[in-house]
Each structure stands twice: as C-alpha cells, then as structure tokens.
Design a protein around this ligand. Sequence first.
Ligand code: HEC
Length: 159
Amino acid sequence: MDRYQIVGLLLMLVFVTAGCAASATADEHAGMAGMTGHSGMEMSDHSDMMAAHAIPEEAAAVANPVAVSDGSIAAGQATYAQNCAACHGAEGKGDGAAAAGLNPKPADFHAAHVQGLSDGAIFYIITHGREGTAMVAWEEVLSEGQRWEVVNFLRTFAP
Ligand code: HEC
C-alpha cells in the first residue's frame, strides 16, 4: 500500500465514522436511557420518581432488618449529620450548605414522594446513589447497618 492509498483509506474511515456517529446519536440516546434506567427520565419527569429511577422491585421489597428504636435513630442521625446533612440539610429539607450549586437539588425528606418510598427503596438509593446527580453511592462508605439506621432516621422527617 503506498502513501496515497493510506491517506485515502484514512479519509474514508473518517467519513464513515462521522456518518455513523451522526445517525447513531438518536438511537444511542434512547438506548442509554433504557440501560441506565433513569438518566433519560431525569430530563423529562420527576413526578414519577419510583418508576423513573428504576429501583428494582426486589430491592424495594427488602424489609428493614434494623428495628426502629431510639438507639438506631440516634445512630442514623449521627451518620446523617456527618455524611448527608451538607447537602440534604440538618433538618432534611434539602437545603444544606452544599446544596446551592446543585442541579438537581438534594431531596427534601419531608416530601411525600420520598416518605412514600419503602425502606428498601430508600436503602437502595443510598447504597447505589443516583447516576447523573450529586447523590453518590454510599455502599463503600457506610456499612449496611449504618444505611438502614439512616433510613430509620429519615423516617423522623415524615410529616
Ligand atoms: C453531595 C450532595 C449529597 C450528599 C452528601 C448526599 N446526597 Fe442524597 N441526594 C443528593 C441529590 C442532589 C439528590 C437528588 C437526586 C435526584 O433528584 O434525582 C439526592 C437524593 C437522595 C435520595 C432520594 C430521594 C428521592 O427524591 O427519591 C435519598 C434517599 C438520599 N439522597 C439520601 C441521602 C443520604 C442518606 C445521604 C447520606 C448518607 C445523602 N443522601 C448524601 C445529594 C446528596
């Protein structure tokens, strides 16, 4: 192959790639939304949270193994103060110091759509975070017990 053939081939490659990229963009968007379960939904509809964020049914159905008690709530509160309050606010209103620049905003735990989630669903969100938002996964940071305790504490924000 001489130099001109190589240049020709490269040019062809560029055109083919560009063509594919252009035509694939629409498909990819649709596909990606399906794959991640929620990133596409994020843009459209926040009202249908539960479905929009694709919390697996089995996860939502898991019962909280940590009994609600003064002790578990206090432990959850300590974990919350240290790890969550910066964004979600000491009172759980989503108005922590770090919330100002965030989009979407941290959840307000007094909201009906949050309190309407099962313990398992909340645990799942805490564990895995929410892709595309400031809500990171806490799986590596907090033990399972700590995450369930936080769920118990979040219930104290129920209206
Ligand atoms: C860096 C900021 C930040 C920190 C720290 C943080 N969150 Fe979040 N959290 C968010 C944001 C932003 C959202 C909203 C995501 C959305 O709208 O989809 C969110 C959403 C949530 C939700 C989902 C509520 C809903 O609307 O369905 C729960 C539950 C939650 N956070 C719990 C926690 C807990 C518990 C901690 C501490 C272990 C924590 N978060 C720490 C930013 C944060």
